[in-house]
Design a protein around this ligand. Structure first.
Ligand SMILES: Cc1cc2nc3c(=O)[nH]c(=O)nc-3n(C[C@H](O)[C@H](O)[C@H](O)COP(=O)(O)OP(=O)(O)OC[C@H]3O[C@@H](n4cnc5c(N)ncnc54)[C@H](O)[C@@H]3O)c2cc1C
Length: 480
């Protein structure tokens, strides 16, 4: 990956002329040029991706964002949009590849959305709310909850990940099987395109077939087409009664089959997560997780049901019925209904990212497979990795009914991509997608053309050129 060989540079003198203009737009307090202050914005969550920004700019309104875009466009300075900086493919931090990406200058600013944190009143009749791009997932969940509703997306980075970042990456998470991905939560959007144009449609009714659906276009665009400043999102019923079970399973095939059967039996099924003993061991070691069973299991399946009334009896009945089947492969089970016990079980799965990070800087691959091929993938991926990177450790976990596995490889140096390539080749061989949730970012740019057809890529490039004519939005990301 060439990006990893570039040495971060110091912004050049010419580009420093931009700062007074930025200060006039957003105020001097919101242009952060001091290297020590910028530092946290210049490295990603994993520590694998880093660069140098000319400055971190924090606009407080859509109009300020548009002015910043126009100023940067005039000076051919790139803009890296950044929300909570929890992205895992290097797309939200600066990189010194701007000249290579067709931008005249090397520098870029980080445009932080943290001040775009307004939340509108919940429209209870429509079941929708308008949220600023900088609103965190946790804040949105809390806001919806206080109106007796909930937001359909949830995942471990909820305290930092933002609405804008979730749209830009089309985030998924643990409730996709019930509510879909971020794209499916969008009703309207406000954004600034690469030429400074503001697009805004935040008040339209839910049924709105009036041409191209811009929220869908911006979802998954990774900051390359527009800077999202606000969105109108759907809310779902708040389901306060929950039950969680962790099941020791005979293998991946058994876990997939059981989860699929549970989905047919229980419309209340909200999450079905897969993990293995090596990852569980790290959560126990680093985060104080408690092993659910006395013996290690070949695979672990965590399922959660949620309803307006206690869903535990239905889960117990369904599990009893299924586990009785000869081929069910259920070896052990632990159940929790009260909040503390549920959180204890969830930690075993949600703690994976954090626990892995404490072992070192991982290579994080996020792939999707046809669900029927998950077992073959899990059987082969460890061998494929060690063949490419002897001694590397591979920890796998994921969202089983989405066919989505997070493959974490530990051991290879940050710029050694042999193991990454092995995982992605195996994914394509089995008919999968090289990105299920995290996007392409910088990490997988050279892989995009192996996954998408030439016609698809040409259409994407045409859209990029139309909406960001000078290529200033997140240069180098997604299309390279
Ligand atoms: C512990 C952990 C667990 C995670 N679990 C999941 C999971 O289950 N499912 C999942 O999908 N992801 C997961 N992620 C990845 C990450 O949280 C998501 O990709 C999230 O959507 C990123 O949001 P952010 O605000 O942090 O975006 P950032 O990291 O700041 O940016 C991500 C990308 O979006 C762009 N961007 C950010 N804001 C905007 C904006 N306003 N307009 C245009 N572009 C923008 C950036 O340029 C970058 O390309 C996890 C991450 C961590 C650290």
């Amino acid at each position: 990956m060439p990006g990893l060989r570039w040495t971060p540079t110091t912004p050049d003198h010419d580009a420093m002329q931009l700062l007074p203009g930025l200060e006039r737009i957003v105020g001097a307090d919101h242009v952060l040029a001091d290297p020590a202050v910028r530092a946290g914005f210049e490295v990603d969550w994993t520590g694998r991706w880093r660069g140098v920004a000319l400055a971190v700019v924090r606009p407080g309104s859509v109009d300020e964002v548009a002015e910043v875009v126009r100023l940067c466009r005039g000076q051919r300075v790139g803009i890296v949009p950044q929300g909570g900086n929890t992205g895992l493919v290097g797309g939200g931090v600066p990189r010194p590849a701007y000249a290579a990406a067709g931008v005249a200058r090397r520098e870029a600013i980080v445009l932080s959305t943290t001040r775009l944190s307004g939340l509108g009143a919940v429209d209870e009749a429509a079941g929708e709310v308008v949220a600023g791009a900088g609103v965190t997932l946790a804040a949105l969940q809390h806001h919806a909850g206080s109106a007796g509703l909930a937001f359909g997306i949830d995942f471990g980075a909820r305290d930092s990940a933002t609405v804008g970042g979730m749209i830009a990456t089309n985030a998924g998470g643990i409730h996709v099987l019930r509510h879909g991905t971020m794209r499916e939560q969008l009703s309207g959007i406000e954004a600034v395109l690469g030429d400074g144009t503001i697009v805004r449609r935040l008040e339209a009714p839910r049924k709105d077939n009036t041409g191209y659906h811009l929220p869908s276009l911006l979802a998954g665009s990774e900051g390359t087409l527009g800077i999202v400043t606000a969105a109108r999102v759907h809310l779902v019923p708040r389901l306060d009664h929950r039950a969680v079970a962790v099941l020791g399973m005979a293998g991946v095939g058994a876990a997939v089959a059981l989860a699929a059967r549970l989905r047919r039996m229980l419309p209340t099924l909200e999450a079905a997560e897969l993990f293995f003993d090596d990852g569980l061991g790290l959560v126990v070691r680093h985060l104080g997780g408690l092993r659910p069973f006395s013996e290690p299991q070949p695979a672990y399946l965590l399922v959660e049901v949620a309803d307006v009334a206690d869903p535990e009896p239905a889960l117990v009945d369904a599990l009893a019925e299924l586990a009785d089947g000869e081929d069910a492969g259920v070896l052990d089970a632990a159940m929790a209904a009260d909040t503390t016990a549920r959180e204890r079980l969830w930690l075993l799965r949600e703690g994976h990212g954090d626990a892995i990070g404490r072992e070192g800087v991982p290579h994080k691959l996020d792939v999707a497979l046809p669900v029927g091929r998950l077992e073959a993938f899990v059987e082969r991926v460890g061998g494929a990795v060690t063949a490419a990177a002897p001694g590397a450790r591979t920890i796998v976990f994921g969202h089983v009914l989405d066919g989505n596995l997070h493959v974490n490889v530990m051991g290879p140096a940050a710029d050694d991509e042999g193991a990454d390539d092995a995982v992605l080749w195996l994914t394509l061989e089995l008919g999968g997608s090289i990105s299920a949730e995290h996007g392409i970012g910088i990490a997988k740019v050279r892989w995009l053309a192996r996954d998408r057809a030439p016609g698809d890529l040409a259409a994407m490039r045409a859209i990029k050129t139309a909406l960001d004519p000078d290529g200033i939005l997140n240069p180098g990301v997604l299309l390279g």
